[in-house]
Design a protein around this ligand. Sequence first.
Ligand SMILES: Cc1cc2nc3c(=O)[nH]c(=O)nc-3n(C[C@H](O)[C@H](O)[C@H](O)COP(=O)(O)OP(=O)(O)OC[C@H]3O[C@@H](n4cnc5c(N)ncnc54)[C@H](O)[C@@H]3O)c2cc1C
Length: 378
Amino acid sequence: MTNKVFETIIIGAGISGLSCGRRLQQFDKDFLIISKDIGGRIRTSDDGLVNYGAFFVCSDYKNLLNFVKLNSRIRLHDFCFHYKEKTYFLFEPKLIIFLNQFMRFFKIQFKFRKALRKFREVSETISQKKVIENDPFLKEVYMKKATDFVKENDISNLTNTYLSKGLYSTTFSSINEMNAFSFLQFLLPLITPIYKFSFEKEKMIESFKNKIIIGCVNEIIFKNNIYQIKTDNKLFYSKKIVLATPITWSKNFANIKRINTPVNTNMLHIVGKAQKKFSKGKYQLFSPFNEVQAIANLNNSTYLTYYRNEFPTLKRYFSDYKIISEHFWNPAGTINGHNLIESNRGNNMYLIGDYNVAGLEEAFITGIYAANQIIQSD
Ligand SMILES: Cc1cc2nc3c(=O)[nH]c(=O)nc-3n(C[C@H](O)[C@H](O)[C@H](O)COP(=O)(O)OP(=O)(O)OC[C@H]3O[C@@H](n4cnc5c(N)ncnc54)[C@H](O)[C@@H]3O)c2cc1C
């Protein structure tokens, strides 16, 4: 098998690599997936009940929804905001002060959601970079800093009080670092239902699971129009290659100089008891000055907690705790910046994943795009 020259080798079996493989399989194409694991940043606890990576899906994740089971809905009234010693919820009388800003913000949000839906459709056949560059609204927000966008639209108080905390918990970064596209995208849960979910991995891979090999790729060499792909103990060959690995790794093989800035999070699954002020509401959201990014109460005396640093001071948040599991996501994503990267790298190399636009649905669609390019080129 190792001497065979595959038509396509996909490296990485996160959601982007899997969606690419699935589409190639639908068209009966020859391919192999080599990956360190299956699922990538969709990862669960050993019993499969808790998501340690991606946590929620939106109701408009049209492609991904075919491969997930929706669990409970995450509702806005479950969010508890923290600022210094203060604790508050969204639906409190003081919300009235922000009504005008909310109205202005929602108007733009609906426009953005419409543009994003179109972007998703078109980017199945045209690269994300080209689609964004050809859409004046999406290009403007991608190239604009979120902080400038907030000032221009006069929504600073709303942002400081609520939105920046919601964003810190979902992007693991501050709005000072992000572009206006990410700002709007990660706030879509305000107007679109979101749900906890279970990934139906078997359903996703059932038609091509014999084409997935677990292994770590260390080197890629392009010679005589053939890719040589080295893992710890084997050498594979292919005519086409799809890099479905995080961009921090792919960039080394795809000749990419500038990528958006990676963001990290240290996820800890904890059993114990939260300090009193962190026990109201299901989801605790914090300002970006805090080391803790979010705490989610899973209703069985366990909590999913996310921290900016590797060694958080847990006793600040829990009176009693034991760590069940820990994973430092590095990177969790690369959402901060204005660097759009072309998927089609030439020499039959495609780059897929969440490097331009974050999130499961977007990564899924980049896989469809690369597969469509390969199918068309044959
Ligand atoms: C903590 C966390 C929470 C998140 N929450 C959400 C959320 O609620 N909703 C949402 O939509 N998105 C969320 N995301 C983002 C989402 O998970 C990602 O955008 C998406 O999973 C990226 O998929 P991908 O296929 O591009 O990359 P990945 O899932 O990272 O897949 C990359 C694959 O490449 C493999 N690989 C890497 N290096 C090598 C190598 N050298 N050789 C072989 N294989 C290799 C990996 O093992 C992996 O299988 C979250 C991410 C994190 C980390």
